[in-house]
Design a protein around this ligand. Structure first.
Ligand SMILES: C[S@@+](CC[C@H](N)C(=O)[O-])C[C@H]1O[C@@H](n2cnc3c(N)ncnc32)[C@H](O)[C@@H]1O
Length: 398
């Protein structure tokens, strides 16, 4: 199931379409942990067509409760349906029919899926409860842009988050919150860091192993948010085949596993103490052959009272409390922490096929007495080794 979810995501990445949309329930579930950060702030959703984006809807609906100073959203033209002739912007302009059908649910619009995108920006400075029902909802959004203090305008370019006009809006913003295109995640993050912005965004969990991302996590400039249950969720989908099993299938959605929230906004969970329930012994915790650390199979196995270096799975970051642990490195070649470089290696796969490889140098390696049966292993000068998934090297703080 996770594999299938990853296939959907892999397809999305390969096709570089990035067209799936976040559910309001997921946004609510994460954002409720950060409400203290938003008072007086300018929020920018820079991959967010207000017609589609529940991020825009969330911040418009909670504008006053969060005490926002301003909400800006920009819409990108590069949709799979862009280019069809339909002068939708006429509907936007003039304010008369702005946010047509705003009573429809966001989901039903997604499922429609045939609306071209006209790149535009919307700037919300004031939200009043026009229909007097005591809460702000999309019925009021229709009226938002009739308010002189709120502005809806076409962008000059295509709304790319890297374009000069979008960077200008970024500079005027305090906090960026969105689900950006996964295929541009590295660039997206580096732009946020370059302009010193606060952010709360969705990305692939394995992005923590990217050489552009891991150093930020190690330096305490970015960390994980609360995340999705089981690091998987359903996104609103108009483009991709859903590979979810019947029990996980939801109409109009794709289930995507291995996703999480990345942020540099502080939150309570990252100060929760991790409580160890295991004790160190040299059999269950072998020394890595190529890093100065003992191998820890699962985060839950982190032994108590062990002050040396620990090679933990990347999922440890879900439990990472910077008051308790220090991040030292990652078992990737580019991080440079390996204590040895292997010469020529022979990979023996699960079926016994042999090939010459060099990948033993990019990962956590354990020397074994006897080759594992039915699993891949490596021979270096006749000595058997196994390689494990990337590990993060950590140490308890004194
Ligand atoms: C994963 S979708 C998420 C949309 C929306 N933020 C949400 O969560 O529902 C990513 C969005 O980024 C847009 N996008 C793709 N490339 C972009 C770019 N270079 N600049 C800005 N937006 C882009 C896509 O069109 C898509 O709408």
């Amino acid at each position: 199931m996770a594999k299938n979810g990853n296939k959907a995501l892999g397809d999305a990445k390969k096709q570089k379409k990035d067209e799936f949309y976040t559910q309001l329930a997921d946004i609510n579930a994460e954002l409720r942990h950060y409400t203290q950060h938003f008072a007086g702030k300018v929020v920018f959703c820079n991959c967010d067509d207000p017609y589609e984006s529940n991020f825009f809807k969330y911040f418009a609906a909670n504008f006053n409760a969060l005490k926002l100073k301003r909400l800006i959203a920009t819409c990108y033209a590069g949709s799979p349906v862009a280019g069809r002739q339909l002068d939708l912007f006429e509907d936007y302009a003039g304010g008369t029919a702005a946010f047509h059908n705003s009573h429809d649910s966001m989901e039903s619009r997604h499922l429609g899926g045939d609306r071209p995108r006209i790149p535009h920006k919307i700037v919300i400075n004031e939200v009043t409860d026009v229909n007097g029902d005591g809460r702000i909802d999309l019925a009021d959004v229709e009226w938002l842009i009739k308010n002189d203090k709120n502005v809806l305008t076409r962008l000059e370019g295509d709304g790319d988050f890297r374009s000069a006009e979008c960077v200008e809006l970024l500079k005027q913003s305090d906090i960026v919150v969105t689900n950006p295109p996964f295929s541009l995640f590295r660039e997206y993050i580096s732009q946020l860091v370059q302009y010193g912005k606060k952010f709360l965004i969705i990305g692939r969990q394995d992005a923590v192993t990217y050489k552009e991302i891991f150093p930020l996590i190690k330096a305490g400039k970015m960390w994980l948010g609360y995340g999705f249950k089981g690091n998987a969720t359903h996104f609103i989908n108009t483009c991709y085949e859903d590979y979810a099993t019947a029990s996980d299938h939801k109409a109009g959605m794709i289930r995507v596993s291995g996703v999480t929230w990345f942020t540099n906004l502080d939150h309570k969970k990252r100060h929760d103490e991790f409580v160890s329930v295991r004790k160190y012994n040299p059999v269950d915790y072998p020394q890595l052959d190529n890093f100065d650390a003992i191998f820890v199979e699962e985060t839950v196995d982190i032994p108590e009272s062990y002050d040396g270096n620990l090679a933990v799975p990347v999922t440890f970051l879900d439990k990472y409390n910077p008051d308790q642990f220090e991040i030292l490195g990652i078992t990737k070649t580019w991080d440079g922490g390996a204590t040895k470089k292997y010469p020529k290696q022979i990979q023996v796969d699960a079926t016994g096929n042999r090939s010459n490889v060099s990948k033993l140098n990019d990962g956590a390696v354990i020397r074994v007495e006897t080759p594992p049966k039915g699993k891949t292993y490596y021979l270096v000068n006749g000595v058997p080794y196994v390689q494990r998934y990337p590990r993060i090297i950590i140490r308890r703080k004194k």
